[in-house]
Design a protein around this ligand. Structure first.
Ligand SMILES: C[S@@+](CC[C@H](N)C(=O)[O-])C[C@H]1O[C@@H](n2cnc3c(N)ncnc32)[C@H](O)[C@@H]1O
Length: 229
């Protein structure tokens, strides 16, 4: 199980921008996509809200935000950061897995950033996406960013490059440390490839599926719930 309750979780906010090349650009694009789609005072669900990166970025927009994350430590980090910037933010935080989210509420937008790679492709990814779809209003937008390797690139090649990258980013010094780091960040590594991800999005019912971000081992998509193909 990934160590969001331990050292990895404590370090998360200080290292994610270095661990994931392009993270800041991806986050800025995510905000721009949401701004283009959402008017003020609409409802947004942030899946995997722990650490607070999305919440900090979205809090100033005036949206009603619900965040869900099963890690108490990651949620606490998010709360501390939010308290520093905007104590009156309209943000509700729930400590649970998204799979257990029970509210009947529908949202104008949902984000899931770096969450679904923790789930195996044995029906769990598919059920997760169908549940996202269920909680969106007609015409609403979903932003999905995932650890996802390029099709055709062998896992060993990606792993080798990632190890070298983490070393040059100063996050680890040895190969063993890099392996441990990658294990914590991927929790068994249920990585997928973009073609499989897009199949899962379509099966869940999404339309207008567009990739807006691509790294060596991360991809981001935006898509809609709607009936117009
Ligand atoms: C890699 S961190 C990403 C945090 C944040 N989205 C970001 O981009 O900085 C993954 C987060 O997803 C949470 N998480 C893992 N499985 C989850 C699930 N089934 N439902 C909701 N959150 C989950 C973890 O607790 C952790 O806080």
């Amino acid at each position: 199980m990934v160590d969001f309750e331990g050292e990895y979780g404590r370090r998360y906010n200080n290292m994610i921008e270095r661990a994931m090349p392009g993270y800041t650009g991806m986050s800025e694009l995510t905000l721009a996509i949401l701004r283009s789609h959402m008017k003020t005072f609409e409802n947004l669900l942030v899946i995997g809200a722990g650490g607070g990166n999305e919440l900090i970025s979205f809090a100033m927009e005036g949206w009603n935000i619900t965040g869900i994350d099963p890690s108490p430590q990651m949620l606490e980090l998010a709360k501390q950061r939010l308290a520093q910037i905007k104590p009156e933010s309209k943000i509700e935080l729930l400590c649970d897995r998204f799979e257990n989210f029970e509210k009947s509420k529908e949202f104008d937008a949902i984000t899931s950033i770096l969450v679904m790679h923790f789930l195996p492709d044995d029906g769990s990814k598919s059920n997760f996406l169908k549940k996202v779809f269920h909680h969106l209003k007609e015409g609403a937008i979903y932003i999905h960013v995932d650890v996802c390797k390029l099709a055709g690139t062998p896992m060993e090649t990606v792993g080798e490059i990632a190890i070298n990258y983490l070393k040059s980013a100063g996050l680890v010094h040895t190969r063993a440390e890099a392996m441990e780091f990658l294990k914590n960040g991927s929790s068994g590594g249920h990585f997928s490839v973009p073609t499989r991800m897009e199949e899962l999005f379509r099966e869940a019912g999404f339309i207008q599926i567009q990739q807006f971000f691509q790294g060596l081992y991360y991809c981001g998509w935006m898509m809609k719930k709607g009936s117009v193909k």
